[in-house]
Design a protein. Structure first.
Length: 71
């Protein structure tokens, strides 16, 4: 899993984005970012990171659900 972020990289240090970035490998939503993301996914480097290092507040921003689960 990777995140193609449409926000300019100058905003990536903001609280929400920085929290998500700790858990998901992030790339710019550009042709270069897409290329880098695809290359990393092919190498198996886009997997989800453990969330146990995040604070409870940061974990509250990140919820992962299977698309077929209710919610």
């Amino acid at each position: 899993m990777v995140w193609l972020n449409p926000e300019p990289e100058t905003f990536w240090d903001h609280v929400t984005i920085a929290s998500i970035r700790k858990a998901i490998k992030m790339y710019s939503l550009t042709l270069e970012g897409l290329t880098l993301a695809i290359n990393d996914l092919r190498k198996g480097e886009g997997s989800l990171k453990p969330l146990n290092f995040l604070t409870k507040a940061e974990q509250a921003f990140i919820t992962f659900r299977h698309p077929h689960e209710g919610g």
